[in-house]
Design a protein around this ligand. Structure first.
Ligand SMILES: [Zn+2]
Length: 350
């Protein structure tokens, strides 16, 4: 029997509901739209950019996700524009500067308040409960150790579930890990696919029989690499989807490995036609759009990720009735819907 994704209970709690199997998407949708109306009312009040962008939008008309095309889409260029911030600079806890790929424009800057980062840590803690629990020791190989980087946020989130966190030396090599893994009784590993590929082979004897679960994050996980790790290390491999723009966390597979259960309490994810912004039906590939719910420092509105995905309808084999995202490798062409280019996929700036 596959355990139900812990994200369902987390979402129910955030919605102020008792958790019970069978939480329907329609209830989540109504809650998300109410959160969206609140977020947009705040953004319009607090930021000149959103005051202008949302001047003609009737917030009360936003009742279901099908109304989302009433809202403008944001692009990477918008994120580089002045006047987006909805809090004072004093309330910004973290700024991430990223180049705007494909343009010669100014870099985009993402701003996070302490409350925004606290929501990310909360999601990390519940997402990790999918694959480990109290008493587990988790080796975090992802970069981003400085304050509010990915590794730092994870390290601060995991004690909430009474798990231990181990960080390797800053400049670790495969040769330095076996003693650490054995000495600390590591049971769980979090790493990016490129890191995992480098450990496959040299660490097989160390991990096999010790590491029960691996979380891949930060880059698309190649199917062959996933299968090779599961076979060589005898462990379950879970994939996480997210990007800097989502506040790092976005969605995580359950034990059914059938798409990402989404961070629905903080993100309203859509799959849309990249040309028109029209919502696409379930199981149709399009561009993933991200709207942040309740984000305080820099709300994102139908942000065009350029990444390809499709929505999988419930129920999941784990019992959740909520929708899941299936990420499709590659980036969408700017000139046509559903056209994936064989380039690298999403990326996380640590
Ligand atoms: Zn599931």
């Amino acid at each position: 029997m596959i355990p139900r994704s812990p994200l369902d209970a987390w979402l129910a709690a955030r919605m102020g509901q008792m958790d019970a199997p069978g939480l329907p998407d329609s209830t989540v949708e109504a809650w998300q739209m109410a959160e969206l109306r609140r977020t947009l009312a705040w953004a319009r009040h607090a930021s000149p950019f959103f005051a202008q962008k949302l001047a003609d939008v009737e917030l009360h008309a936003l009742r279901t996700r099908s109304n989302m095309p009433l809202l403008p889409r944001m692009t990477a260029v918008d994120i580089a524009a002045p006047g987006l911030l909805t809090v004072s600079q004093d309330d910004v806890a973290r700024v991430v500067t990223m180049s705007t790929s494909g343009t010669s424009g100014p870099p985009k800057r993402l701003y996070f308040s302490e409350a925004d980062l606290a929501r990310t840590r909360d999601f990390f803690a519940v997402g990790m409960r999918t694959l480990c629990g109290a008493g587990d020791t988790i080796l975090v190989l992802l970069p981003g150790r400085r304050e509010h980087g990915v590794a730092d946020l994870l390290t601060k989130a995991l004690p909430d579930m009474h798990a231990h966190v181990v960080l390797p030396p800053e400049q670790y090599t495969p040769e330095t890990l076996p003693d650490l893994v054995a000495g600390a009784h590591v049971t769980t590993l979090i790493a990016a696919p490129t890191q995992l590929a480098g450990l496959l082979g040299p660490l097989d004897a160390t991990f096999r029989g010790r590491v029960r679960a691996v979380l891949s994050s930060g880059e698309p996980l190649p199917v062959k690499l996933r299968a090779a790790i599961a076979s060589a290390w005898g462990c379950a491999v879970f994939d996480h989807w997210g990007m800097t723009e989502t506040g790092y966390g976005g969605g995580v597979e359950c034990a059914a490995h059938s798409g990402y259960h989404l961070r629905e309490a903080d993100l309203l994810i859509e799959v849309a036609d990249p040309l028109t912004g029209t919502l696409l039906p379930d199981e149709t590939t399009g561009e993933i759009l991200v709207t942040t719910l309740g984000a305080r420092a820099l709300p994102l509105l139908r942000y065009r990720t350029g990444d390809a995905g499709r929505m999988l309808p419930g129920p999941c084999p784990c019992g959740s009735l909520l929708r899941r995202l299936d990420a499709v490798p590659g980036r969408l062409s700017a000139n046509g819907p559903g056209v994936a280019q064989p380039t690298k996929g999403w990326s996380t700036h640590q």
